[in-house]
Write a protein that binds this ligand. Structure first.
Ligand code: ADP
Ligand code: ASP
Ligand code: MG
Length: 407
């Protein structure tokens, strides 16, 4: 008899304390029947991962990546053991495993490792014995048995990759909001829950800063066409289905709005306007391992031009120091930094076939006296870099203007 296989993932706030772990354990056993198998992926309790990182940074400004993975992966080991203990207390059989124990093999890029293969044997054996299997999210192991982590938010990826490897029938992501909303419901109270969203839209929203799903997990879901149900662990309400296509696709131009405050801007003033200068700047920046996002070069009237670009805030100090060195070398002017920026983006597959969306976005920002510092676009999104102090106001105005309150 073939059993239905359900993969469920519970995020940090869903298992923040013992009461929450008990509540989730009850929910899991309520789903368990004689006819199904359940694999549960858990994140670390509450803010454990942040706390572990903060401890390391107190000891060492630049801690070695291998040791960070040893440290950061421990959070999930605690939560999977506690979950199995809680389920056993309810009279059901359960067993917890680390990523290494269930054969989640990754490459060696510590802190952002890529999954290469997942060995399903041990999980399948435990399921065949009727056990509920609890797996520590966010982690894997190299061929040398070094523990790796899959990047922040990586338990989502563990769940989706397991759903693929085990050929699951259902993949559910349980979190602290009731699904995917038109924008962050904690910032805009008028945000509306979406019934469905496409992989492409979710990938774009996640990449542009909607924390709710890890972008890499959506890449995997898209590649293997694994539908995902994102829902709340605090209620029974239906959530949002992330799927390949949906029939509303053509009528909706903007599906969601994101706001990302994790970048900073560097401006190199008075750069000599000559071939090869941009190449020099960005080669040096990439050599220190910093990824640059938006770049703007102003038109030059004086054979000098300003070049601005954004980098992750965590890399600002080293990127700024390098930019200053290059500025001297290429005989540019002063170098400025700005931490107080936000990237506001509107996202929707319908943008492919609708016109005038960019104009409407810029007009709305202008009416709200929000100055646009940089602009970038993709096929299904438009982003503006603006002053961070105005970002909440800007998101609210755009949310209203694009009629997202009434989806
Ligand atoms: P978990 O601990 O379950 O992994 P996360 O904190 O990673 O949860 O993600 C959930 C959070 O994502 C929500 O609390 C919400 O504030 C935020 N979020 C941002 N944008 C959105 C959105 N468009 N829809 C839903 N949640 C969003
Ligand atoms: N605990 C890890 C993090 O906070 C993984 C996850 O929650 O998905 O990034
Ligand atoms: Mg998360």
């Amino acid at each position: 008899m073939s059993h239905e296989l359900i993969v469920q993932k519970y995020g940090g706030s869903s298992v923040a304390n013992l009461e929450r772990i008990q509540a989730v354990a009850k929910r899991i056993v309520a789903t368990k029947t004689a006819k199904n198998n359940i694999v549960v992926v858990v994140s670390a309790l509450g803010d454990t991962t942040d706390e572990l990182e903060a401890m390391a940074l107190k000891l060492n400004e630049d801690p070695p990546d291998r040791e960070m993975d040893m440290l950061m992966s421990t959070g999930e080991q605690i939560s999977c053991a506690l979950m199995a203990i809680a389920i056993k207390a309810l009279g059901y059989d359960a067993i917890s495993f680390t990523g290494a124990q269930v054969g989640i093999k990754t490459d060696r890029s510590h802190t952002k490792a890529r999954i290469r293969t997942i060995e399903g044997k041990r999980t399948k054996k435990a399921l065949a014995e009727g056990k509920i299997v609890i797996i520590a999210g966010y982690q894997g192991v190299t061929h040398n048995n070094d523990i790796t982590t899959l990047g922040r938010g990586g338990s989502d990826l563990t769940a989706v990759a397991l759903a693929k490897a085990l050929n699951a029938d259902v993949c559910e992501i349980y979190t602290d909001v009731a699904g995917i909303y038109t924008t962050d419901p904690r910032i805009v109270k008028e945000a509306k829950k979406l019934k469905t969203i496409t992989f492409d839209e979710m990938l774009e929203m996640a990449s542009l800063g909607a924390q709710v799903m890890q972008a890499r997990s959506i890449e995997v879901a898209k590649r293997f066409n694994i539908p995902i149900h994102v829902r709340s662990s605090f209620s029974k309400e239906e959530g949002t289905m992330i799927v390949k296509d949906d029939d509303k696709l053509e009528d909706i131009s903007v599906r969601g709005i994101t706001c990302n405050k994790s970048e900073a801007k560097i401006t190199i003033c008075q750069v000599p306007d000559q071939p090869g200068v941009a190449a020099k700047i960005f080669t040096e920046i990439s050599k220190i391992g910093v990824s640059v996002d938006t770049i703007v070069q102003n038109v030059s009237h004086t054979r000098h031009t300003d070049i601005s670009f954004t980098v992750p805030k965590v890399d600002l100090t080293k990127a700024f120091a390098t930019a200053k060195k290059i500025a001297q070398k290429i005989k540019a002017g002063e170098v400025l930094e700005d931490r107080n920026i936000a990237r506001i983006s509107i996202i929707g597959s319908g943008m492919r076939s609708h016109t005038g969306i960019a104009a409407k976005m810029f007009q709305t920002l202008a009416e709200n006296k929000v100055n646009i510092e940089m602009i970038t676009t993709s096929e299904i999104s438009i982003s503006c870099i603006i002053n961070q102090d105005l970002s909440d106001k800007a998101v609210k105005a755009l949310h209203k203007e694009f009629n997202l309150e009434s989806v």
